[in-house]
Design a protein around this ligand. Structure first.
Ligand code: SAH
Length: 252
């Protein structure tokens, strides 16, 4: 059973590429895909690209052209839920699109013709990812305290909101959280791809799980924290979490 491992940013993919056995590069849809093995598991590594449409094309190509049978996503996100801090990890249980609004024809946030606002992640795959996140954070213990400004790092589980905006203003983050909460969808974090991949995986009935390291609080300093955090911290998180995850993955 082939597993797709999607990364949002090149810095997060590099460590996995270094670990890949018998790597073969294939170009498709203007994207690079890397086939190979991680800990004996057949995998395809890919960059999602940024934004919902780009990520949907990547996910569709992984399923249609590479025949992957499960899909896992690692990336970074802005923390918008209370207590979701830089350096924490969020394992997604569900995704919603915060910029979907076909009201008044459909309720705000509802995906037209699907009759739903949220797409759920696969429970079994998410449980493995959660275990891998805990194990990964133990492996990284004490390494980044100066960068994240704190000792303990939490693993949260819950709803993540996706949309085609880098949210980098405290007032916007507050409103986004309040509006979604009022509609019954309080998010822990905001990013730009997950809901699109979740929807594609729903269409194909392919198990999907996602983990995001919190890189910023989606506030006025988000763009300042971001590049350095990705390079120094998030890339290490993604590597250890996926390394732990693949070791525990059943082969069928
Ligand atoms: N200049 C950056 C652009 C990254 S866009 C670069 O290419 O290096 C931001 C990425 O991080 C997206 O993949 C998105 O999913 C995630 N992300 C992190 N913090 C976010 C925030 N506050 N709002 C939206 N997306 C965020």
């Amino acid at each position: 059973m082939t597993t797709a491992i999607l990364s949002a940013l090149a810095e997060e993919q590099q460590g996995l590429l270094d670990l890949l056995h018998q790597p073969r590069r294939v170009t498709r849809a203007g994207r690079e895909f890397w086939q190979g093995e991680l800990h004996g598991q057949p995998v395809v590594l890919a960059l999602s690209r940024i934004g919902k449409v780009a990520a949907a094309t990547t996910a569709t190509t992984l399923i249609e052209a590479f025949g992957v049978q499960r899909l896992v996503f690692t990336g970074v996100a802005g923390g918008v839920g209370p207590g979701v801090q830089v350096g924490d990890v969020v394992v997604a249980t569900e995704f919603v699109q915060h910029d979907m609004d076909a009201s008044p024809i459909f309720p705000r946030y509802q995906i037209p013709l699907y009759g739903r606002e949220r797409f759920a992640c696969d429970a079994a795959l998410s449980a493995l990812l959660s275990g891998a996140s805990h194990a990964g954070l133990v492996r990284l213990e004490g390494q980044f305290d100066a960068k994240t400004g704190r000792g303990g790092r939490a693993v949260h589980h819950g709803l993540i909101a996706s949309g085609d905006r880098f949210v980098s203003a405290a007032e916007e983050a507050r409103r986004l959280h309040a509006d979604l909460s009022d509609a019954g969808h309080p998010p822990l974090a905001v990013e730009m791809e997950g809901a699109a991949v979740a929807q594609v995986c729903h269409d194909y009935a392919i198990p999907f799980a996602a983990v995001r390291t919190i890189s910023d609080r989606a506030d006025d300093t988000a763009h300042v924290d971001f590049p350095q955090f990705v390079r120094d911290v998030a890339s290490r998180y993604a590597l250890v979490i996926i390394d732990e995850f693949v070791r525990t993955l059943p082969s069928r």
